[in-house]
Design a protein. Structure first.
Length: 302
């Protein structure tokens, strides 16, 4: 649908973690508790609204870092990650409070990750023929860029990719990303992948066979391809075919989630300035950020 502004679907954790690691020390509330992550996240939200002026916006938070359905399938999923410290967990809660006060639709689940929630929201937009822009730095979410006007936007690095850009970068189409990651593995999520298969080999296999199921079904054909180490690749897939199928369950996204309503909220609502001011007072934030948030989210009251 041409000339239609996208719905911005935001992966909150990326920007909260980035603020946690990049913002300087010294951001504390009156009780001496760190507030750097929520401050940085608030600043990101201001920049996003200032840049896009969008009314179509939803944010997904991660609540299922160790108890998602993927951990049931593979207990070592994300086992390489250190648990979030209490000071960061507390700030995640404040970030949710901030989004609520600003009137921005927010979603979280104890069973599904933010990626799955965003996939479900993206599916709803697709059913309405509305383009999406996924705001994240997570390459997993490039698989949501299925429409001609969809895009993946790493806001912090100002890098935006459409379908053609994703193909140019990874060598595969967005709908092949989950298969691509199942083959190569994903060290960030502790998904091992197939030994000896890197990005170039995975892209070549998917270009020829189109999807992982076809690769595994026609694995005997691989050694006849003009592919470096073709026989070794064929043997690796025969040996690790069960691991490949498991990895594909982990890298794919659940896009029909009961906790995301059949008609989810994707438009900014009227926020509550009193709640926002009370939250900012409790966090010890000064007038500069307060004014910026009011300008971005409550301009009609100025």
């Amino acid at each position: 649908m041409p000339n239609v502004s996208p719905t911005y679907l935001v992966d909150a954790s990326v920007y909260i973690f980035r603020a946690w690691f990049s913002m300087p020390e010294g951001f504390e509330n009156p009780q001496g508790q760190p507030t750097n992550a929520v401050y940085g996240f608030a600043r990101f939200l201001c920049e996003l609204i200032e840049h896009t002026q969008t009314q179509r916006l939803a944010i997904a938070f991660d609540e299922s870092l160790t108890q998602s359905f993927r951990n049931e399938l593979y207990p070592d999923y994300k086992a390489n990650r250190e648990p979030a410290p209490p000071d960061l967990k507390r700030q995640f809660a404040w970030c949710r409070d901030l989004v609520g006060a600003l009137g921005v639709p927010a979603y979280w689940s104890n069973r599904y990750e933010a990626d799955d929630l965003l996939a479900s929201l993206a599916g709803h937009c697709r059913s309405q023929e509305m383009p999406i822009c996924v705001v994240t730095g997570d390459k997993d979410l490039t698989q949501l860029v299925l429409g001609p006007d969809d895009s993946w936007w790493d806001f912090a690095r100002n890098r935006r990719l459409d379908r053609a850009g994703i193909h140019a970068h990874f060598g595969v189409h967005p709908h092949q990303i989950a298969d691509f990651l199942a083959l190569t593995g994903d060290s960030v999520d502790n998904i091992p992948g197939i030994p000896g298969i890197g990005p170039k080999t995975a892209a070549a296999l998917l270009t020829h066979f189109k999807n992982l199921d076809a690769i595994l079904r026609r694995v005997d054909e691989i050694e006849w391809l003009s592919l470096r180490g073709a026989k070794r690749v064929s043997n690796a897939l025969k040996t690790h075919h069960e691991s490949a199928r498991l990895a594909r369950q982990l890298t794919g996204l659940a896009d029909q989630i009961d906790t995301v309503d059949a008609d989810p909220r994707l438009d900014r609502q009227a926020g509550c300035q009193d709640s926002l001011d009370a939250l900012l007072d409790g966090l010890g934030f000064g007038q500069a950020l307060r004014k910026r948030l009011h300008n971005a989210f409550f301009p009609q009251t100025l």
